[in-house]
Design a protein around this ligand. Structure first.
Ligand code: IVH
Length: 693
């Protein structure tokens, strides 16, 4: 799993949307206005903005609130009440103003908006129409006798820019209607998820920077002229001039009949609803569908369906009174790139992954995002510390799209690319876009054999890195179970493997065959199950068969395993099912388990032993009877003897085992008056617990 997500409710209400602190001074208000104007200008120039949609909306709401309180301080450049936040003007006048929509952010806000509309009409709204709010750019497409003659952007709502040159590349915007009508289609142009992928592939292939997200891609593409490549877009019609007398749902059906693309053919099709409760239900449905839609939506639009209701409600200067947008949380957010991790997959692919400052996108906390491949990182010019656009569409793995270069402070650091395989340390094949360990699938096998043969696992003497590489490369071993079927003849085919070494290795493997269950389990390398946890699991279940039969709930019954970890273990056990079958066939893992270490906060395993109640820290080199023990083994020993192992000295520490070259921990323990013993003294103290293997 490369994404750590914390699911929250699917739809957010106003309280959970970004909400900046209220503006309390004229300076703060002027600042907020300036920020909003800048963001709107950037947004409408090329679709990009350093503010996420949620942040922009929240900022404008704060500005509005201030203006309600201080009506005589309203600045002329304020974005409130203006189409496109007052950001742009075009040069071709519109036949009728291209309006914007008012927003609501919760079911309650929608209810009071609807109540207001019904008060104005003096009667209930006859019917509602609920449809997706497409996340693209509004355009007007003019037809004469059924032929497309001109396409305009919204501009400031009164006049727009002529983008007829871009019409060819827009799917769903017919050059010829099914009937020779003089009408104007209005709708949204966007890049579907697939078109966005294609666009970025073709752009990067041409050495251009990828689009930060679909909307900026659509905006840039509509304006671009003379590009050496083609980027396809999609049009969705949502209204029209010149087809009077049709209710909204009927109008959409008619537009589809004439050949225009509409949302009618999508899963989020517009639906006529008799009551607001029904409309609310459709809003929830569309919101739930969002992740699965092939294009981005940033809300759901609720419209009074009947012509009479629309006409009587009329429009304000910015938005109609008969329609409103129920906004959904943005799927793009700006956050900081903290680090890049390199993970080696099963096939040896070395994939970079972005570690992000956690950010909530559409109700999900995103901490990691994919970064495709090294070439892609270079093309995007990403640096550690950059503010980046992160995109998450439903259950799709979040992606880092682009850095906000203008936001750089100078403290950003270049991303370090690995020089050797981060898992097995061998060379990296960089000849393809996706880097790969030269061992390919073998990388995993080598790493897992080395791990399994380690001292805390099967403890197979004579099976180190070089031998593991040889065995895997010779095709003799592809997983740890294969070790147990190796023959003397096979071993003798290996380079620098004499008869004695072969016999010794076979004997070591034979000894490993009867290692206790906890060590065999530990050898599987399942995430989150080191030596201590493996002991607990083995002691809890008693056999590999019982461990395999355990579900997450049963596993969570083991001390120290939470529900999250339990689910990971269950999933990983499924992954290694074949390996476990092979091991069982070899009789590996059937020996009884070693006693489990008591858990720190265990209630059913009262602490006993010479270290009961002690908090022990080990420092310096161990000598004497403890000379061979790794730090991990020391910690195990402490726990077996009833103590609690800790890595740093604090007021809670009661005993320090200080070996040779003990440094600052010893000094600190002396300062705190903590009891200090030598490794030899400690060995005497825990003598009864020393030999368990
Ligand atoms: S109706 C007079 N319907 O959202 C009606 N707009 O935030 C005005 N939009 O400017 C628009 N999907 O660009 C309408 N189904 C939909 C829409 C939609 C997206 C856009 C449109 C509008 C903006 C307002």
């Amino acid at each position: 799993m490369s994404v750590r997500v914390a699911m929250m409710a699917g739809m957010k209400d106003a309280a959970t949307m970004a909400s900046p602190a209220a503006l309390t001074s004229p300076e703060a208000y002027a600042d907020a206005v300036a920020t909003a104007v800048r963001a709107a200008a950037a947004y409408y120039a090329d679709g990009d903005t350093p503010l996420g949609d949620d942040e922009y909306d929240a900022l404008v709401r704060a500005v509005e609130a201030y203006e309600r309180e201080h009506p005589d301080e309203v600045l002329p450049e304020s974005p409130t009440g203006k189409v496109a936040g007052g950001a742009v003007v075009g040069d071709v006048p519109h036949s009728a103003p291209m309006l914007s929509l008012d927003n609501v952010f919760s079911a309650e806000e929608l209810e009071s908006w609807a109540a207001g509309l019904e008060r104005r009409l003096g009667r209930p709204v006859a019917a509602w129409c609920v449809e997706p709010k497409l996340d693209g750019l509004a355009v007007a497409a003019r037809y004469r006798s059924g032929r497309l003659t001109q396409v305009l952007t919204r501009g400031d709502g009164l006049a727009g820019e002529d983008i007829t040159h871009a019409a060819d590349a827009v799917l769903g915007l017919p050059v010829q209607l099914a009937e020779p009508l003089d009408i104007e289609l209005r709708g949204e142009v966007l890049l579907t998820h697939e078109q966005f992928e294609q666009a970025n592939a073709v752009r990067t292939a041409h050495g251009a920077t990828p689009f930060a997200h679909p909307r900026s891609g659509a905006a840039g593409t509509l304006r671009a002229k003379d590009r050496p490549y083609r980027v396809e877009l999609t049009f969705f019609a949502y209204s029209a001039l010149g087809l009077p007398g049709l209710g909204h749902a009927d109008l959409l059906a008619r537009l589809a009949e004439l050949g225009a693309n509409t949302a009618v053919t999508t899963d989020a099709a517009p639906r006529r609803c008799a009551t607001l409760a029904e409309a609310q239900q459709r809003i929830d449905e569309i919101a739930a569908l969002r992740a699965a839609l092939p294009f981005g939506i940033d809300g759901v639009v609720v419209k009074a369906d009947a012509v009479a209701d629309q006409e009587e409600a009329g429009s304000g200067s910015r938005a109609p009174r008969w329609a409103v947008a129920r906004k959904l949380q943005a799927q793009h957010k700006v956050t900081r790139l903290l680090a890049v991790e390199w993970n080696v997959g099963r096939t040896g692919i070395i994939a970079p992954r972005a570690v992000l400052e956690p950010v909530v996108i559409d109700g999900v906390t995103v901490t990691y995002a994919t970064l495709h491949n090294p070439a892609d990182i270079e093309r995007r010019g990403l640096m550690i510390g950059d503010q980046v656009f992160v995109y998450r569409a439903g259950d799709v793995i979040p992606r880092v799209e682009a850095p906000l270069v203008d936001e750089r402070t100078g403290d950003e650091q270049p991303i370090a690319f690995p020089e050797v395989c981060p898992r097995c340390g061998d060379a990296i094949d960089t000849s393809e876009q996706r880097w790969r360990c030269v061992r390919g699938r073998g990388c995993q096998a080598v790493a897992s054999v080395i791990y399994a043969a380690g001292r805390d696992q099967l403890d197979i003497e004579g099976l180190g890195g070089t031998r593991a590489v040889q065995l895997v490369e010779a095709g003799l071993v592809s997983d740890i179970a294969d070790l147990f079927t190796l023959t003397r003849e096979q071993l003798l085919t290996l380079d620098r493997m004499g008869e004695t070494s072969a016999d010794n290795l076979l004997a070591a493997i034979e000894t490993a065959r009867s290692r206790p269950l906890n060590r065999v389990f530990c050898a599987l390398g399942i995430r989150g199950t080191g030596r201590t946890m493996s002991r607990r699991i083995a002691a809890h279940f008693g056999s590999m068969v019982a461990i395999r039969a355990a579900d997450a709930e049963a596993l969570a019954g083991v001390d120290g395993i939470g529900v999250e970890k339990a689910a990971v273990i269950v999933a990983e056990l499924v992954d290694v099912a074949t390996l476990l079958d092979k091991l069982a066939a070899q009789g590996v893992g059937t020996a009884v388990s070693e006693p489990a270490a008591p858990a720190a906060a265990s209630t059913d395993a009262p602490e006993a032993g010479p270290l009961a109640g002690q908090s022990v820290v080990v420092t310096g080199a161990m000598t004497g009877a403890l000379a061979d023990l790794s730090r991990n083994a020391m910690n195990e020993l402490i726990e077996r003897a009833g103590g609690k192992a800790s890595s740093s000295v604090s007021k809670r520490t009661t005993l320090l085992v200080a070996g040779e070259k003990a440094g600052s921990k010893r000094a600190k323990a002396e300062e705190l008056g903590i009891r200090i013993v030598t490794p030899e003294e400690f060995a005497v103290l825990v003598a009864d617990h020393l030999d368990v293997d």
